[in-house]
Design a protein around this ligand. Structure first.
Ligand SMILES: NC(=O)c1ccc[n+]([C@@H]2O[C@H](COP(=O)([O-])OP(=O)(O)OC[C@H]3O[C@@H](n4cnc5c(N)ncnc54)[C@H](OP(=O)(O)O)[C@@H]3O)[C@@H](O)[C@H]2O)c1
Length: 306
């Protein structure tokens, strides 16, 4: 079968190669992949993983062989899953607790946007507790995760301030942001929950805006910049605030259930999945370039064509 593998010799750093068929464990279904999407974190993984490694975390496809232990969906079921690697492939073995059934009226392409970005949005917001009536600040708000965070925080009754370039303001207000500011310095606060994925000066400004006892969830560093952090930034005015790190891969069990709850919102028309770009996986270079150039808001999706 074919997979996109790391190949330092090729111009894109990837090539389609023949790889061994997966050998599912008893709790794993064999899934034939129809669509997958790119995540910003994969840009870093492409640079640090060895030759022959297969990237890819978001998959949507069809169960080709049910898990031997009888768990999970049956043959022919349309499914979505979050895997830790090797999703950019024709077939993959997936633990059934990482799988969710895909409703008939949600496409593979739309569903492929959800696993990493949607689960991250849902789980980072949980660190804020009950968001009803709370002020929530979202940095990197025009990104894949940020767009989901805006919508989910608003559903939960939070008042969202989004940090994003002015060209995204109308779009993000349409998703539920009460205010869109071009730079975090313009966000007034205080905020009981701040989701921070830009790093550097953005994280420093987030500390200045967190309410006493509030939470900053640090889950990314899109700028690649570090932030000096000290006690004096919290005192006075931010006493009891906490800096919470988040990584989806250590965020606990129930991934399949969380993807299912996101899919239910999509099917009900309550969660928009913005597919900014769809290309066959043979055009991976185009999708990677667009992600590197930050030329879209939402997700780039690859379709797996035989
Ligand atoms: N910890 C985890 O488990 C986890 C899970 C998912 C994602 N992440 C991380 O969270 C971040 C957001 O993910 P995503 O999928 O939403 O990414 P994305 O779609 O690429 O969005 C990135 C967002 O950050 C903004 N941004 C501001 N400064 C930037 C810079 N210097 N470089 C790149 N973007 C910048 C972008 O704004 P513009 O509109 O100006 O481009 C955009 O809104 C990434 O760093 C990703 O690696 C972490």
């Amino acid at each position: 079968m074919l997979a996109l593998v790391i190949s330092p010799e090729s111009a894109t750093g990837l090539r389609l190669a023949d790889v061994a068929e997966p050998q599912p464990a008893s709790n794993e279904a064999l899934v034939s992949v129809h669509a997958t999407s790119l995540n910003r974190g994969e840009l870093r993984l492409l640079a640090i993983r060895p030759k022959g490694w297969i990237p890819g975390q978001d998959i949507a496809g069809i169960v080709e062989r049910r898990a031997a232990d009888g768990s999970g969906p049956t043959v022919g079921a349309r499914v979505v899953a979050l895997v830790d690697e090797a999703g950019w492939t024709e077939r993959i073995a997936v633990p059934t607790d990482r799988l969710a059934a895909l409703p008939d009226d949600v496409s593979f392409v739309s569903a492929a946007t959800l696993p990493v970005a949607g689960t991250t949005a849902l789980r980072t917001l949980r660190h804020g507790g009950d968001l009803a009536g709370q002020q929530v600040l979202i940095t990197g708000a025009s990104g894949a995760v940020g767009r989901f965070q805006i919508q989910l925080a608003r559903h939960q009754g939070g008042f969202v301030t989004a940090v994003a370039a002015a060209r995204h303001a109308e779009d993000l207000r349409g998703l539920g942001a009460r205010q869109v500011v071009e730079a975090i310095d313009l966000a007034e606060g205080p905020f009981s929950l701040i989701t921070e994925s830009v790093g550097g000066q953005s994280l420093a400004c987030a500390i200045e805006r967190v309410a006493p006892g509030g939470t900053i969830v640090m889950f990314g560093s899109s700028s690649g910049e570090l932030t000096p952090v000290g006690f004096r930034q919290f005192v006075p005015d931010h006493e009891g605030a906490r800096l919470q790190t988040f990584a989806y891969y250590t965020s606990g069990p129930g991934i399949g259930e969380d993807i299912a709850s996101l899919l239910a919102l999509v099917a009900a028309g309550r969660l928009e999945t913005r597919v900014a770009l769809t290309v066959p996986w043979t055009d991976i270079a185009q999708a990677l370039d667009a992600l590197r150039q930050r030329s879209f808001s939402g997700k780039a999706v690859l379709t797996i064509t035989g």
